[in-house]
Design a binder for this molecule. Sequence first.
Ligand SMILES: [Zn+2]
Length: 631
Amino acid sequence: MRALPLALAFSLAAVAAAAQPADLVLVNGRVYTLDANRPWAEALALAGDRIAAVGSSAEMRKLAGPGTRVIDLAGAFVSPGFNDAHVHVDATGALLVGVNLLDVHSEQPFVERVRGAAARLPKGSWILRGDWGAYEQWGAGSAGQTPGARASAGPFTPDRRMIDAVSPDHPVFVNRFDRATFLANRVALKLAGIAESTPAPPGGEIVKDADGRLTGILKGAAADLVRKVIPPIGYEQRLVQVRAVLREAREGGVTTIQDLSSAEQVMAYQELRRKGELTARINIRPQLYRAEEVAALGFSGGFGDDWLRLVGFKAWVDGIMGNSAALFFEPFHHDPRNRGSLRHVMFPEGQEGAAMTMTAKDHYTRFPPGNLERLIKVAARSGVPPHVHAIGDLGNRILLDVYERVLGEEGLLGTDHRWRVIHAQHVHPDDFARFGRLKLVAEVNPYHISDDMRWMEERIGNERARDAYAFRKLKDGGAVLVFGSDSPGTNAARYFLSPVYGLYAAATRRTLKGEPKEGWFPDQRLTIEEALEAYTKGPAWASFEEGQKGTLAPGKLADVAIFDIDLVEAGRTRPADLLKAKVLYTIVGGKLVYEAGPARRCSGCKMTSPGLGPGLLEASVRDAPTSRCSR
Ligand SMILES: [Zn+2]
């Protein structure tokens, strides 16, 4: 075939361009693509839900038609939309829409927060949790174990009479951050049938004042009297909660959320999608104990579409650090008879008590398979990757052993299975290299470093802390790192969806106050480029979605985050600035789902989510104690 005359070829190209002009063109940006073919660019052209082209501003302007919106980014930083691999949407929504009392330890703000929640929630719905007083302890000392200086004056203890007047139509049942002391208002006490004459159940206390009147404070088993009358949240309230989480995601540049999804959550996502309100893509992870039902229905890994996709089954080996339930070979320093505990899905074990007899020389596979292994086999056969939580070094050993045996027996060793270890928080030195040998994904939560380092060495000692959140060792061991916020965090701290906290923590290993200056075990820091990859490209790959997203390249979904400062440059030279970075635009599927208003220009207005009092972030920075790191 003869080559077309040059002029004709040009005019054909012009016709093609005119037939499909870009819908949105972004020019004059610092575009960090994470695409090895073109790591940096200046501009993007988006058409439909895809990226049409990446290049210079002049090239991209040519793709604009009369109806194209062109945004001059004036040097703003552009990256692939963030993919938060670990969100508890249900709990985050409950916290955002309900009442957040983490930073409250005095009467006036306590009353104001409850009043605010009552105004947001439909009449009759319960106001729950709250976790008051968390930063009272923080300010005084370590996170919850040692009594702080202010404890001598007595910790803040509310009384129902503070809030009865502001919550006449809502039962309130909130707790202190240690979840051992609860406050019920008049409505909640009435619904629970608790009167002044009600006897306290064994192991519980119903607190009364000097006149014998109920203060609303319930301790221990007495809380069950209220708990048992709390109905599951209604569907409308769930939608309100998911909307609140989506809003926080948009404001943080998060375009995909990997959730630990219940059936109710999945229903809510579908409803919001039908209504056009889903502004982040959701990777769905039901619990592993459902694996047989899901497999029986024929659903396999990847089922769904670009918005809602089944990517894994979630399970747990051990507990968490916060309540010293993560499973270790050696006991906790502050609790010498305790080395942690197993989660329910582990039972029955192949041999009763097997895990608890293991030493650092042992392997769990010397025992017959238990319940977790049986379920992982079901997952393996259905093609849905297991995503299993393991925190302590023994917890991780058990999971690696189980994965190794099942991968071997199912003929999957060496294949591209992308099974995940969630948290991989404390790994025995012998086990890092197994991540590479078994080709595992380590789904880690960098913000835990900034938060937990304050008390970590006190609990597990300096030696074991060396292998805590050891991202460099995991990477060197061959793990693919994937970041998640673990929002809403622990009962002592809120973890935000905004990725800047995780980027900062991974790159500096410092508290929000910047301590210790050299970083906590600084050899485990990641570069900002590695951290950005673990928050974008990594999680897309881990969910088998690397063909769709994770980099800015032609043909990929147009999921984009735009910040006011260059995150790469800040991460390299002034990492504290990462914490001040603000999202200017968030784009999902080619649509602008968030556009910062002029408010972004004022300082101190970082938190705009409902339910979070303004200044919570500032409070957390101000009140976070200095590092207790002994180095
Ligand atoms: Zn979690």
